[in-house]
Design a protein around this ligand. Structure first.
Ligand SMILES: Cc1cc2nc3c(=O)[nH]c(=O)nc-3n(C[C@H](O)[C@H](O)[C@H](O)COP(=O)(O)OP(=O)(O)OC[C@H]3O[C@@H](n4cnc5c(N)ncnc54)[C@H](O)[C@@H]3O)c2cc1C
Length: 385
């Protein structure tokens, strides 16, 4: 079948949150026919797959994609700015995404994103207070509302994203908009040319415009033979998923050994995190870390175990009984930040292949995804390559 032959052909490499959002923005612009090529694609868990039941809630693990191959389904996720006060560019992507996601929540009830109260607790002075003036419903917490050892606490409306469900939702929107998907692994960007057949075009139609490739392969960019970016590296993070439908706010503690966070996913499950180890490839769960995460997040969010008559050890024990899964994920880190940049190579038949790289979003890929996707669109409009 021929897919809209008068549109420019784009191949997006990667079906994580960055690939899917970028592909969706380009496909919906009506200027491009987009094909996603990706080794891994997140799907809804098979109802016959193994499950665990806590308080009558049946949980099937949605994160079956190998963690070192794909970060997105392992993500919390919530919108909490990681841009510093000086980094206006990164701020603009986070702002854009905050507004875009707010609009999604307001206009599409099927979207697995929710707006809830977000609490950020700072042990020291914040280095990224820029967002205090930006977010909705912002207020500074009173001293008596703060847990021990916290210097500043703020509250605002934030977004929580059920990341595995969100990926499936984005995928469906992309296909509905006419996008094409091919599940395959490549060893280079050049290899993507072979998938031009998926567009179903004649040779004449193919030569009417250059092929465009958007590289959203995250950690994959360290290995693709014609990218081999030495700056890309994993940033390991461990989280626990617990059943706690009573938790209705995010709490993030900034400062201390690790950032600790509590993120309700909107379906009764809550992500408790986390850790942050750059260049660590260990996929195994560390049990001691799980206990530390449970203990510290329980201190930050007492409603994780509503029974206040219990001792702290009993409370920890109660929380342990609500654990559905413990996971290790790998943020696609990059020294120097995200690579959002034009590039090109000459293809098999001597035609120019335009490339836009969009990878290396470390711990902020979801909360900045719509901003980066729209930036790719703008770059294609103004490209001189
Ligand atoms: C524990 C944890 C918590 C997080 N919390 C948050 C949060 O609260 N907020 C937030 O915004 N972000 C958060 N993040 C970060 C966020 O998950 C990432 O920034 C984001 O998922 C990156 O998306 P991506 O699409 O670039 O990469 P990925 O999801 O890794 O996707 C890469 C894609 O490329 C494909 N690919 C790669 N190489 C090849 C190849 N050679 N051939 C074919 N396909 C290939 C893969 O199959 C995959 O589909 C968190 C991450 C972790 C691990």
């Amino acid at each position: 079948m021929s897919h809209s032959s008068n549109k420019q052909r784009v191949i997006v490499l990667g079906a994580g949150v960055i690939g899917l959002t970028t592909a969706l923005v380009l496909q919906r612009s009506n200027k491009y026919q987009v094909l996603i090529v990706s080794e891994h694609i997140v799907t809804t868990p098979d109802p016959s797959s193994e499950s665990i039941t806590v308080d009558n809630f049946e949980f099937r693990d949605p994160t079956t994609v190998p963690a070192l191959k794909m970060a997105s389904p392992y993500s919390g996720a919530h919108w909490r700015s990681l841009s510093t006060n000086d980094d206006k560019k990164s701020q603009s992507f986070e702002k854009y995404t905050y507004n875009a996601m707010m609009k999604l929540v307001e206009t599409d009830p099927t979207c697995p994103i929710k707006v809830i109260k977000g609490i950020d607790l700072y042990k020291g002075d914040p280095t990224n207070s820029w967002y205090f003036d930006f977010v909705r419903d912002f207020k500074v917490l009173q001293k008596h509302e703060l847990p021990e050892g916290i210097k500043l606490g703020v509250e605002y409306s934030t977004l929580v994203i059920n990341s595995p469900e969100y990926l499936v939702w984005l995928y469906k929107l992309f296909v509905k908009a006419g996008g094409i998907v091919k599940q395959a692994r490549v060893d280079s960007l050049r290899e993507l040319e072979q998938f031009e057949t998926e567009f179903g075009l004649s040779n004449q139609q193919k030569h009417n415009s250059d092929l465009i490739i958007v590289n959203c392969s995250a950690l994959g960019s360290a290995k693709l033979v014609d990218v081999q970016d030495p700056l890309v590296h994993p940033v390991r993070g461990q989280v626990a998923i617990v059943w706690a439908p009573q938790v209705q706010r995010t709490v993030t503690r900034i400062g201390g050994k690790f950032m600790r966070y509590v993120i309700p996913r909107g379906n009764g499950t809550v992500i408790l995190g986390g850790t942050h180890f750059a260049y660590d490839y260990n996929e195994k769960v560390d049990d001691q870390t799980t206990i530390e995460i449970l203990r510290e997040t329980l201190e930050l969010t007492p409603e994780l175990v509503p029974d206040t008559s219990l001792s702290s050890d009993q409370r920890l024990d109660e929380l342990s009984k609500k654990v559905l899964a413990v996971k290790v994920g790998f943020r696609p880190g990059r020294v120097g930040g995200v690579r959002i940049e034009e590039d090109k190579f000459y293809g098999k038949s001597g035609d120019k292949v335009k490339v836009i790289h969009n990878y290396g979003h470390s711990g902020f890929g979801i909360q900045s995804s719509w901003g980066y996707a729209t930036e790719v669109y703008k770059m294609l409009q103004s490209s001189k390559l």
